[in-house]
Structure formats: structure tokens, C-alpha cells
Design a protein around this ligand. Sequence first.
Ligand SMILES: *[C@@H]1O[C@H](CO)[C@@H](O)[C@H](O)[C@H]1NC(C)=O
Ligand SMILES: *[C@@H]1O[C@H](CO)[C@@H](O)[C@H](O)[C@H]1NC(C)=O
Ligand SMILES: *[C@@H]1O[C@H](CO)[C@@H](O)[C@H](O)[C@H]1NC(C)=O
Ligand SMILES: *[C@@H]1O[C@H](CO)[C@@H](O)[C@H](O)[C@H]1NC(C)=O
Ligand SMILES: *[C@@H]1O[C@H](CO)[C@@H](O)[C@H](O)[C@H]1NC(C)=O
Ligand SMILES: *[C@@H]1O[C@H](CO)[C@@H](O)[C@H](O)[C@H]1NC(C)=O
Length: 440
Amino acid sequence: MKLLILICLINCIFSSEEIFPRILIIGSGPSGIATASKLLQNGFRNLTILEAENRIGGRVHSIKIGDYLVDVGAQWVHGEKDNVAFELAWPLGLLERLSENKEFYFSSKIYGSNGEEISLNASSSLVEYLMENISSSDSINESLKDLNSGSFGEYAEKKLMDFFKNYEEIHANQHKPLLHLLDMVEMTNEAAPTWHNLSAKSVRDYPELITANKKEYSADHVVVTVSLGVLQKNIDTLFKPQLPEKKINTIKSLSFGTAAKILIYYDVPWYINEPIGLWGMYWTEEDRKQIENDPQKRWMLGLSVGSKTEHKPKLFVLWITGPHVNEMEILPEEMFQEQVKDILKRFFGKACNLTEPSIIKRSSWSTNENFLGTWSYLSVQAEANGIDNKDYAEPIMKNDSPVLQFAGEATAYHFATVHGAIETGFREADRLINYYNKNN
Ligand SMILES: *[C@@H]1O[C@H](CO)[C@@H](O)[C@H](O)[C@H]1NC(C)=O
Ligand SMILES: *[C@@H]1O[C@H](CO)[C@@H](O)[C@H](O)[C@H]1NC(C)=O
Ligand SMILES: *[C@@H]1O[C@H](CO)[C@@H](O)[C@H](O)[C@H]1NC(C)=O
Ligand SMILES: *[C@@H]1O[C@H](CO)[C@@H](O)[C@H](O)[C@H]1NC(C)=O
Ligand SMILES: *[C@@H]1O[C@H](CO)[C@@H](O)[C@H](O)[C@H]1NC(C)=O
Ligand SMILES: *[C@@H]1O[C@H](CO)[C@@H](O)[C@H](O)[C@H]1NC(C)=O
């Protein structure tokens, strides 16, 4: 279903006599639900939530695959401190700390497209260096002043070339393939096309309406929680009157990225005796040349890691990132299934005795009109131009009343996370609660 929303501020007349102001929330993801639940808890009653999908949850979505309920979208809770997702879920016994999972042992294997495995010594050193000496905030802080572009990629490649210089076990012809792999691994977290698009600084921080069915709604306040991607694509047609120019520019200047999962279910898993961990997958130069100009195979260059899953031994997941996600999502089903089997053979078939997968599924966040990607990131350009998602989060006011409000992960201090999204829902509910406390 195509989500085409036309938000009209002209008729959003606020009347202070009304006991229950009419509040319209667009989107039933974590931020929309957080807004609604907090408002309900505070006595607001006239709430309407519009949803274009046939389910609630937004970018949190579980589906049945074989014996399991599997997260196609958000999957982990990142951190505990100042984390509302943790605070909500921990007392209900829904979470487990990775460090307390005896099954979990972070093995960092790396396989090539030629089936060769990098020595465990080398791959462990490389991954440890990536985590401790590159992605940690202290090391970035020191190096920021030496960067020309301000991109994370420039910084990471410099540091990695230093590492390779002192690490002879990794051959020179593996440097470029490994740089590409580590780029994809980092972008699986950040969702930018490549690490050259990502600002190095980002690593420091963690009305009336017509919908697709043309039904009109009127409200005193509208809380827009659609993804930044949906907002950017439809910004010129979504609002009537148009948003202020500054707001439009801010929204257009922020960056929304994408990542994907391929979910592979085995009746007889071949990796059963392996510890849980992330296995990097790099393309040799030779193999890369064979696929990089093939529009139906090029997407495989977006592969970053494969991994088995906690508590779900039959589930193996491949991660894809960057512009390749779209190419993967549009492949015809049969071709996709065959290609995934080929990938598994190519990378793991030499070192392991593979078994046949029984179910292969893929996420489709990037091509789904109601999402158009996965989460936001801080780009080099936004950082250089001082574009801040705080400006995106500012409501549109009319007679001192917040008539049009914005929530969702891309408006959050903790952007790119579910807990960030929930915080923004609470933030916008609080804005309304304070407004009515002040005016009653
Ligand atoms: C909620 O708003 C609608 C109009 O949008 C109105 O018809 C209805 O009476 C309101 N309900 C309450 C409980 O205020
Ligand atoms: C592992 O790498 C280190 C250098 O980081 C080296 O000193 C050591 O000899 C290597 N071990 C093996 C078994 O290759
Ligand atoms: C990585 O960082 C640690 C401290 O966090 C330091 O002790 C170590 O020397 C660094 N390694 C390299 C290769 O720079
Ligand atoms: C990081 O940068 C800030 C200023 O940007 C500075 O105050 C702080 O001392 C730096 N920390 C390290 C570890 O270099
Ligand atoms: C990413 O960076 C490349 C050059 O480094 C640029 O051509 C491209 O437009 C950027 N993509 C986005 C989405 O910003
Ligand atoms: C694969 O199977 C062969 C024959 O059963 C066996 O010798 C070999 O050890 C197995 N390899 C692995 C990695 O399990």
C-alpha cells in the first residue's frame, strides 16, 4: 500500500475548550506507540494512530521461520544506561546480556570468496584492532584534526594501513579486499553507503490528512513518526501548506541509510559446533571483477558478515549493507534463492561440510514504500554544514501550540536505535502534556 499523506495545517484549529484534544499519530512503530501510551497514561483520550502496513511495530518486526520467531528488523538492545528499551524489557525478563550467554564467544573468522580462511590469529588481531583502536571514541578523538574530509573512511583506512604495515601475516593482495570487508562491517552498524559517507564524529556519540484510502482526518495535533526516508521522498507533496523552508532543508540534508538481513534456516545446521560470532566475508580482487559489472550479482559486494544466532541454532544470518541492499531486494525470488546457496558454497564450502538450507528469506526495508531504508546516520556533509537532527525534531507551532510534531529514530539523540525512537515518542507526548498543563 502506498503511503501518501497530505497534512493540512490550515484546519488544525486549536480550541482550548475541548476536553480531549484530538491527536493524530502517523505510524505505529516504537515512537508512535510510545507517544500514544504516554498520552493515554496522562488522561488524553482522543488519539488516532494511522498505519500504512497491515501490522504495528514499524521497523521492529518478527516473523515465523521454521520453528522460530525471527526479527527481520531491530534485534538488539544497545547498552543499558539511559536506555528506555532496556528499562522496559529487562524487568519482564525479555533480555539477556551477551556477556552472560555461555554459548556466546566472539569468534572473528574471516573467509574469502575463494573459500580460503584467514588465519584465526590474523582475523582476531584485525577485529580487535578495529574495535579497540579504530571504532573506540578515544582513538577517533585524537585523530580528527588530521583528517582532510572528516570522513570515518579516511580515518579508518589510514589506521588500517598502519596496522597492515606492521602485520606481515596478512598479504598485500588481501589489503584492499579486507578494507572493503571492514567498510561493509562498519556500515552494517551505520547504514551509510560506504564509510567515506559517514562523518568520523558520529562515532563519538552514541491536522487534517488524506491517506491512501483518501479518508480525511482532522486533529489539533499531528505527530509524524514516519521514517526519514519516507519523509524525504514525499516532502514536497506531504504537507499543505508546505513546511517552512528551513525545515525542508534540514530534512533533506539528513541521511537515511539501509541494511538488510538474509535469514537462512537449516533443518540440519552445518555450523552446529561453532561458537556464535561474526564471520567476515571478503571478495578477492579477481572474484570482485567478475561480479562488479553484473547488475544481478553486484549486490553480493554488500555482504559483510554471516553469523549463527543465539538460542536459534537452525538460523544463520547474512548481513548486507550499502547501495547493494536495493539490488538484492529486487532480485526475482528463484534467482535470489540460488545465489544465496552459491554464496554459502563459495565462502564456506571449502572449510565446512555444508548442508542444504530449507528456508531462505530476506528483509525488504529499502524497497518497501513505507520505510525506504532502515535507520539514519550522520553524514560528512551534514557534519560539515552543521545540520543537526535537533532542528528536525522541532515542532511546527501555531498560536503557541505544537500543531505538527516529529518523532522517530532520526529525530533522536540516540538515533538509529529503538530506544532512541521510544524516547522521541515520550518527548512528543511530554510536549503535549506540558502544553495542556500550562494552558488549563
Ligand atoms: C474525538 O474527536 C472526534 C473528531 O475528530 C469527535 O467526533 C469525538 O467526539 C472526539 N471524542 C472525544 C472523546 O472527545
Ligand atoms: C600471532 O600474531 C602475533 C602478532 O600479532 C605473532 O607474534 C604470533 O607469533 C602469531 N602466532 C601465530 C601462531 O602465528
Ligand atoms: C590499541 O589500543 C590499545 C589501547 O586501547 C593499545 O594498548 C595498543 O597498543 C593499540 N594497538 C595498536 C596496534 O596501536
Ligand atoms: C577529545 O576531544 C575533546 C574536545 O573535542 C577534549 O576535551 C578531550 O580531552 C579529548 N579526549 C581525548 C582522549 O583526546
Ligand atoms: C557517498 O560518497 C560518494 C563519494 O565519496 C558520493 O559520490 C556519494 O554521492 C555519497 N552518497 C551519499 C548518499 O551521500
Ligand atoms: C567433512 O567431512 C569429512 C568426511 O566425513 C570429514 O573427514 C571432515 O573432517 C569434515 N570437515 C569438517 C570441517 O567438519
